[in-house]
Design a protein around this ligand. Structure first.
Ligand code: AMP
Ligand code: TRP
Length: 329
């Protein structure tokens, strides 16, 4: 039986952190053999808010390199950069012409992001979910592994596909979001009420995948806890629960095992052991990242191959879309 197709995208807004790794990338690595996968660095989404060109250039390469370093391989997956494949922008334009504005007005992420930006909000930011729909539908993806926050965008993508199919004939596969179970949500170290994020002003809130063991130790040391003694998973104590969750996700141990292990110990023991676990878990990834970026031209070659493979599929799909729309014979 043919494998199902997976598509997911990741922005190039800054260095990747432990939340991206535990909530997204490590799951992509684990499931990649089961599916045909496309993993895309969505640089056109990234520019929906202003970026410094030099920093953006570096971030795009870093994110792509980290995907390979984390274990995404060319045998099962196509890794590429969105702007290298023209079909994404073309299909987004076509979808603009079938998507009612009202659908986009309902998007909660737009409401949140535009509040932060006030007068500077671009048309692109409003249109962001339409481009995301184009990403997914170009590749006939069945499954879209994303965090909870992206569920609404994947539903919108289905609605766009359905409307297009209804008007112009069966062209698009209706995709489903694949959301990891709770626990795959890593919170900020300083503010454990909010999820760990790339754009957080305070860089000590996140552990980045390329942080050194010293940096990791310093950040974990500063992590918010509370004045209680017992070390246990407790929803009402977000700080300690977040540290334990990171420990759980990286060691694969059960919650009771972990609580027994830390029973009678204090926060500094937990923080010390967690530093060790995080540093050791990231070490192989960091080594691979160094190897593949040290070799000049290596990453560029992989990305060129990725763009070529993705481009072939995208072009086939665009042709089919044009035919159904009456743009071509
Ligand atoms: P983004 O950084 O927003 O481009 O997200 C890339 C992927 O990482 C998406 O699938 C997100 O849902 C996931 N992700 C981002 N932040 C976290 C977090 N703190 N915990 C778990 N998953 C996350
Ligand atoms: N909007 C997604 C995020 O911020 C990134 C993204 C863009 C994406 N295109 C996609 C995710 C297509 C899945 C599928 O996380």
């Amino acid at each position: 039986m043919a494998k199902k197709t997976v598509f997911s995208g990741i922005q190039a807004t800054g260095s990747l952190h432990l939340g991206n790794y535990l909530g997204a990338i490590s799951n992509w690595v684990k499931m990649q053999e089961e599916y045909d996968n496309y993993f895309c660095v969505v640089d056109l989404h990234t520019i929906t808010v202003p970026q410094d060109p030099e920093i953006l250039k570096a971030n795009i390469r870093e994110v792509a390199g980290l995907l390979f370093a984390a274990g995404i391989d060319e045998k099962n997956s196509v890794v590429f950069i969105q702007s290298y494949v023209k079909g994404h922008s073309e299909l987004a334009w076509i979808f603009n012409c079938v998507t009612p504005m009202g659908w986009l007005h309902r998007m909660t992420q737009f409401k949140e992001k535009s509040e932060k930006q006030k007068d500077e909000v671009s048309v692109g930011l409003f249109d962001y979910p339409v481009l995301q729909a184009a990403d997914i539908l170009l590749y006939d993806a069945h499954l879209v592994p994303v965090g909870e926050d992206q569920k609404q965008h994947v539903e919108l993508c289905r609605d766009i596909a359905q409307r297009f199919n209804y008007r112009y004939g069966e062209v698009f596969v209706l995709p489903d979001a694949l959301i990891p179970p709770v626990g795959g949500r890593v919170m900020g170290l300083l503010n454990p009420e909010k999820k760990m994020s790339k754009s957080e002003e305070n860089l000590n809130d996140a552990i980045f995948l390329l942080d050194t063991p010293d940096e990791i130790g310093a950040k974990i040391k500063r992590a918010t806890t509370d004045s209680q003694r017992e070390i246990c998973f407790d929803q009402n104590r977000p700080g300690v629960t977040n540290l334990l969750t990171i420990y759980e996700l990286l060691t694969g141990k059960s919650r009771t095992e972990i609580e027994d292990h830390f029973s009678g110990k204090n926060y500094s023991v937990l923080k010390g052991e967690l530093t060790e676990v995080v540093s050791e878990s990231l070490r192989p990834l960091q080594e691979r990242y160094r190897e593949l970026t040290d070799e000049k031209g290596y990453l560029d070659e992989m990305l060129a191959r990725g763009a070529e493979k993705a481009g072939e599929q995208a072009e086939r799909k665009i042709r089919q879309v044009h035919e159904h729309l009456g743009l071509r014979k």
